[in-house]
Write a new protein. Structure first.
Length: 496
């Protein structure tokens, strides 16, 4: 590829593009109530065909370094140029090998034959195993993308001081950040819950990460760890080294490698995969996967996207609430039947959340009809005007969880907000999937099945997509004969 793609950081709320060489991680004009999450726009132009051909050739030749394979559209590579980018990558990979015992390599796509038989599924079940990744989850991918971007900026400004980094997390994201920050030589502060797993805290200290613990204040809205993280960013000038695109767009760039890997591996199987179920907390995982797949579609490396489903625990489901509010707005705007009353922000959220949860079950046929309408009319004003409204009035759809304190066996996806919600919601609407509230009994069942019927050791958070598949299959949304992709995203450290 002789000509580098043109890359812009675009804020949908401002309608303005920014040069990535400026080192921005978030929109400088962000304000409450609007969707200021930066999007990396990559225009390959005449180089698109060459980029696609080079990726295919490299994959077929056996290259399995994801940050080399899938970097053609990365801002970090565009800023440094390919030779310098790969030199930085080699340097960081060497440190990871030395400090963590492994660097980033393509993780396995496993066919869950025993699991499919246990579920009486004639369709094929393909599972991306992220438990063998750096630090035991997909989170380190995201932060490696951020580290490469920070290194690209830093090497263009060699006299600038090395910044202090900050992250909020209940476990896996902090551990992933700790691994890559140490490899990059950066100081990291982690804001974690008071009840953080002692093993996680021990591992963070071992990585020389400074740990700050916070308990939940019932009077304050939002995650106390996130609020403390934001104070540190705003008051101390620490850089947000987090898996939330609203604070740090570049983590999505790293997470895209997971989507790319899955896409290339599925293509090798020759199977027609028609659905995927993705567990959602802050939304970076889902957004990164669909962003990679949408780029692959634009480059001609994929023919279509599978139906995308997202799931959240019944103990906290801000994304499902936002999705249903979007669907409701689409229904009302287009004269379609919809039985869920509009959300009243000045009323007690408890009864409204209970009503929404009940509607997600009893109203499933109506939800499917409106979802199908949205799929068929996605590229028209019937849907586009609602998505445009969500950009300017984010707080009409997404806000901090205001129900009972979030609780779930899948505690790793109990984010008070789904920060990267809109790109994922749009992909669900485009493909005709839906967002599902998963019962706690299904979360426990999925975790037990995954441990018993595969050779992997995932945690309950990491198998939540399987819980969603169990529920969506029982509801008739995903047929047992369909080929499905799941992502087992985190290691069960208590059993490893």
């Amino acid at each position: 590829m002789k000509r580098a793609p043109h890359i812009t950081l675009y804020c949908p709320a401002c309608g303005r593009g920014y040069d990535p060489s400026g080192g921005l991680l978030a929109c400088p004009h962000r304000r409450p109530g609007a969707e200021h999450t930066l999007r990396r726009l990559t225009a390959f132009g005449p180089s698109a065909r060459a980029a696609a051909a080079h990726l295919r050739q490299s994959w077929q030749a056996g290259s399995r370094d994801p940050f080399r394979l899938f970097s053609a559209g990365f801002a970090s590579r565009a800023l440094l140029g390919r030779p310098a980018y790969e030199a930085v990558l080699d340097e960081l990979d060497g440190r990871l090998q030395e400090m963590e015992g492994t660097g980033f390599r393509v993780t396995p796509l496993v066919e869950g034959q025993r699991l499919a038989r246990a579920l009486a599924r004639p369709g094929r079940l393909l599972i991306k195993n992220e438990t063998v990744n750096v630090s035991g989850s997909h989170k380190a991918r995201h932060l490696m993308g951020s580290l490469l971007y920070l290194e690209a900026i830093r090497r263009r400004r060699p006299q600038a001081p090395r910044p202090t980094l900050a992250i909020y997390s209940c476990g896996n994201a902090a551990l992933g950040a700790a691994a890559v920050a140490r490899a990059g030589g950066f100081d990291l502060h982690a804001f974690v819950p008071q009840e953080v797993d002692p093993l996680v805290e021990k591992l963070l200290h071992r990585h020389r990460t400074r740990v700050h613990k916070y308990g939940r204040d019932r009077e304050a809205a939002g995650d106390p760890c996130y609020l403390a993280f934001r104070r540190a960013v705003e008051q101390k000038g620490w850089l947000p080294f987090s898996c939330s695109g609203n604070d740090n767009w570049s983590n999505i760039e790293g997470g895209e490698t997971l989507g790319w890997e899955a896409l290339m591996q599925v293509a090798e199987t020759g199977l027609d995969v028609t659905a995927t179920v993705i567990q959602v907390g802050g939304g970076a995982l889902g957004r990164a996967i669909v962003q990679a797949w949408q780029t692959a579609l634009a480059l001609g490396l994929a023919q279509r996207l599978p139906r995308i489903y997202a799931c959240q625990p019944e103990g906290g489901f801000p994304f499902v609430r936002a999705y249903l509010l979007l669907l409701g707005r689409i229904a009302v705007r287009n004269g379609l039947a919809w039985d869920l009353p509009p959300w009243q922000h000045d009323s007690d959220p408890g009864p409204q959340l209970a009503r929404l949860k009940n509607f997600s079950r009893s109203g499933a046929p109506r939800i499917r009809r409106v979802a199908d309408f949205a799929r068929r009319h996605f590229d028209t004003p019937a849907v586009g005007q609602v998505l445009a409204e969500a950009v300017t009035r984010r707080d009409a759809f997404m806000w901090a969880w205001d129900g009972a304190p979030p609780r779930s066996l899948a505690h790793g996806i109990l984010d008070d907000e789904t920060y990267d919600w809109l790109a994922l919601a749009a992909a669900i609407l485009r493909t005709g999937g839906r967002a599902e509230i998963i019962d706690e009994t299904q979360i426990a069942r999925a975790h037990g099945l995954a441990r018993a019927e595969t050779d992997m050791t995932p945690c309950a958070t990491g198998t939540s997509g399987l819980a969603g598949l169990l529920q969506l299959t029982a509801a008739g949304d995903i047929a047992p004969v369909e080929n499905v992709v799941l992502f087992f995203t985190g290691l069960d450290r208590s059993a490893a």
